[in-house]
Design a protein around this ligand. Structure first.
Ligand SMILES: [Zn+2]
Ligand SMILES: [Zn+2]
Length: 156
């Protein structure tokens, strides 16, 4: 059973590598079928779930709660800002998050600490065409780099 699973996983992973944006299992399945691969949607789901569990694939949720997948870059994971309306995504600077996570790990002594951070919003194309959905709960400004790590030194 191992050989077959490995081959199908490889197909899923290489199809995923060709995608620039996050894709759903259905979209990926359609790509594979268009590429003359005989693979079932259930198998695609399973392969994606396994790959995500191993850390080879990043998973985010879309507005409806569906899962979207993207191959994790070789240099580690990334965080993305995803449009809730059209599903487009772009990587965002997450240095602050990584430093925070590293610091928590160091402070607590926990090993292999992992995190998932999802940012969703309405891209410029979508929020100019749609009515505003009210005030977002928080604002992320990746360009604001004046004080990347405002180290609050607690003089003890
Ligand atoms: Zn959009
Ligand atoms: Zn991170």
């Amino acid at each position: 059973m191992g050989g077959r699973t490995t081959r199908q996983r490889k197909s899923v992973l290489s199809a995923l590598a060709g995608c620039q944006d996050f894709v759903s299992a259905q979209e990926l399945h359609a790509l594979l079928v268009a590429d003359a691969q005989s693979i079932g949607l259930t198998t695609v789901y399973r392969a994606l779930r396994d790959l995500a569990a191993e850390g080879g694939v990043d998973v985010v949720r879309d507005e409806a709660g569906g899962r979207l997948y993207r191959r994790r870059p070789a240099d580690g994971h990334r965080h993305y800002l995803i449009c809730r309306a059209c599903g487009s995504s772009r990587p965002v600077d997450s240095e602050v998050v990584e430093q925070w996570a590293d610091r928590i790990a160091a402070d607590t002594g926990f090993a292999r600490v992992e995190h998932t951070v999802e940012l969703t919003g309405l891209c410029t194309d979508c929020h100019t065409t749609e009515d505003r959905e009210g005030v977002p709960p928080c604002r992320w400004e990746p360009e604001h780099q004046d004080s990347p790590d405002r180290a609050r030194s607690c003089a003890s």
